[in-house]
Every structure is written in structure tokens, then in C-alpha cells.
Design a binder for this molecule. Structure first.
Ligand code: SF4
Ligand SMILES: [Zn+2]
Ligand SMILES: [Zn+2]
Length: 335
């Protein structure tokens, strides 16, 4: 097998591109895909302060590595979920990565800063473990970005993650979720821009990139992943891909390039947001979904709005991955 670019010995084959690459040319291919994603969707300006949500997995650390390599001012944000040894190891890996590169790392710990951890929230609240985990991540990323003066939050969702989420939303025709599943979510009052620069790269490619770059990452999956619906959609997509190479790419990139505007146009007027009476973050109710979930877990009372969910609508952020909450960190291992 020869490298498509330099004709040297290839180390990886990318079947959907019908191409093989040597290590150097593969790194270049990955960088080109990321640059194209950023350019096509105006994800980042050269001077933006970027906050990369890092879990310790290959996608988010690979993304951080790529953005630093492309010259962006990229800091990391690690959220401690309190999931035993898995979280301990994830935190260690992220700290080592940041230390080696001299990159800024912001750490938030759910137990220390908000009084609960994910296993406890899964047992005590009304949401599933992954749902409350996804909600916590979305909230903390946005709040940390606002408080730190960042312009944008970048997450490590790859093509497989996005295709699986799109499949799940399409099977139920959840058109509002579909409309918001896009490589970039624009900034709006109290919410920073969110971008997914890896959406053109498959899981195989992000894993190979991490390997070739010598990035140490947590390979194990989150021990709570069993209830995660996204994994089932990934399995279906992989089965289709095995017999029909390119299905995932056509499904996702076809949506992004051709179908997404159809859903966005039918999206209706923007939802009006007001500050949460507890934390000040934008919401459509008196209290935001995060404060309501947290109060439930801690056994606190917030006020009447908490008992009257019929009067509220979810914000774009609350909706964007409500069905498949693990997607925020880039799934599979998700944490
Ligand atoms: S699988 Fe992902 S979303 Fe679910 S609890 Fe673990 S880290 Fe959170
Ligand atoms: Zn080459
Ligand atoms: Zn709140």
C-alpha cells in the first residue's frame, strides 16, 4: 500500500476516501479536513479565545492538539464528573497533556463546585444518568466560557458521533433537534458560539491521528455508558458502512450541505431567553434546567416554576442534544 500523496509506505487506509496515507501525509489530511470545516462554517476567527471541552478521550485531546498546532489560542476545560477511577484517570491524562504543551487548563468539579456527582445524580434525580450528565456538561461549558471571557466552545464530535445523533433524531423526526444539529451553533444572548471542527473526520481517523501524534488518552469507556442510546445508532451505522462504504459520510455531510437549511427555515421565531433566577444563565423558565435538576438531586426547592414545566420551552442548548446527551464530549466513550 502506497501513500496517495508521496508514494511512500502507507500506514493507514481511509476507505471512504479510497486512499492510503503515510504518517506525515495522514496528519496533513486531518489538518486539512479541520481547516476546511472551520473555513466552510466560519467557526473560528484567528484571534478568538477558544475553550476546548476535553474529556481525556482521543477526540477532544486530538482536537486540542490540532487547534494548538493551527495556531489558535485554545485553552482546555475539564469537567470532573466524579465517576470513580474513570474520572480520576481522565483528569490525570488531561492534566498531563496540558502540562506537556504548556497550555492553559481550566478545571471544574461537579462535586466540589456544584455539590453532586454524576452517579449520585443518576440515582436521585428523575433524569437518566446520561441525560443529567449531558445537561451538566452543556451548562458548565457555557458558563465557564462566559466567565472566562472565551469567544467559543469547541467540542470533539466526530463524523460517527454526528451521524449517529442525526440517525436517532431522524428516526423520530425530531425536527427541532435536527435543525440545531449543525457544526456551528451561533452565539446568542448568554450563550457562546459552539463549534465541532472534527465533524468531517471518522472515529477511525481521529483514533489514528491520536496514535500517530503519540497522544496518551483514556481508551476505556465510561462505566455508565450502558444506557447510552447513541451507541446503538452507532452500531447500526457501522453495519451499513461495512457493506456500503461511504454511507455515514453521505448521510451526515449530505445533511450539512444540502438538507440542514430546510430544517432551519421551518424553525419558527427564536425563543425568548431571560436570566435564571438562581444562577443568571439564560433560560425560558424562571429557573434553568440545570438549576432545576441540581435542586432535585440535592433535595432543595427552587420555586413554583419547578413544578410547572408546562409553561416553559427548552432553550436551544437544552434541546440540542437532549435525546443523545453523551454527544457533547464526542461519544462512544463520551466522558
Ligand atoms: S456515558 Fe457519557 S454521558 Fe453517560 S454518564 Fe458516562 S460520561 Fe456521562
Ligand atoms: Zn505520504
Ligand atoms: Zn440556573
Amino acid at each position: 500500500m502506497r501513500c496517495r500523496r508521496c508514494r511512500g509506505a502507507a500506514v493507514i487506509e481511509v476507505r471512504r476516501h479510497n486512499a492510503a496515507f503515510c504518517g506525515d501525509c495522514f496528519e496533513r489530511h486531518v489538518r486539512e479536513q479541520v481547516k476546511r470545516a472551520i473555513r466552510d462554517h466560519a467557526m473560528l476567527e484567528p484571534d478568538d479565545r477558544v475553550l476546548v471541552a476535553v474529556s481525556g478521550g482521543k477526540d477532544s485531546l486530538g482536537l486540542w492538539d490540532l487547534l494548538l498546532g493551527l495556531g489558535y489560542r485554545a485553552s482546555g476545560l475539564y469537567l470532573g464528573l466524579g465517576i470513580g477511577e474513570y474520572s480520576t484517570r481522565s483528569g490525570d491524562v488531561v492534566r498531563a497533556f496540558a502540562g506537556e504543551r504548556g497550555a492553559e487548563l481550566i478545571e471544574v468539579d461537579l462535586r466540589r463546585d456544584y455539590g453532586y456527582d454524576i452517579p449520585t445524580a443518576g440515582r436521585k434525580g428523575s433524569r437518566s444518568t446520561c441525560a443529567v450528565c449531558g445537561l451538566s456538561k452543556r451548562y458548565v461549558f457555557n458558563r465557564a466560557a462566559l466567565e472566562g471571557g472565551f469567544d467559543v466552545v469547541a467540542t470533539g464530535h466526530n463524523l460517527d458521533d454526528e451521524a449517529a445523533t442525526l440517525l436517532g433524531n431522524t428516526l423520530r423526526w425530531q425536527t427541532e433537534y435536527i435543525a440545531r444539529q449543525f457544526p456551528v451553533l451561533a452565539e446568542r444572548e448568554g450563550m457562546v458560539r459552539k463549534v465541532k471542527p472534527l465533524y468531517r473526520l471518522s472515529e477511525l481517523e481521529t483514533a489514528a491521528y491520536a496514535f500517530i501524534r503519540g497522544i496518551e488518552y483514556v481508551v476505556e469507556e465510561c462505566p455508565l455508558v450502558a444506557g447510552n442510546t447513541q451507541l446503538r445508532y452507532k452500531e447500526v451505522m457501522n453495519a451499513l458502512e461495512a457493506t456500503s462504504v461511504g454511507t455515514k459520510t453521505q448521510f451526515l455531510l449530505g445533511y450539512v450541505e444540502r438538507a440542514a437549511p430546510l430544517f432551519r427555515d421551518g424553525d419558527g421565531p427564536p425563543v425568548e431567553l431571560t436570566p435564571c433566577e438562581r444562577c443568571g444563565q439564560p433560560t425560558t423558565a424562571r429557573f434553568c434546567a440545570f438549576c432545576r435538576a441540581r435542586a432535585q438531586v440535592l433535595g432543595e426547592r427552587l420555586g413554583p416554576a419547578e413544578r410547572d414545566p408546562g409553561t416553559e420551552r427548552q432553550t436551544a442548548e437544552e434541546m440540542s442534544s437532549e435525546v443523545l446527551p453523551a454527544e457533547l464530549y464526542g461519544a462512544g466513550r463520551a466522558g
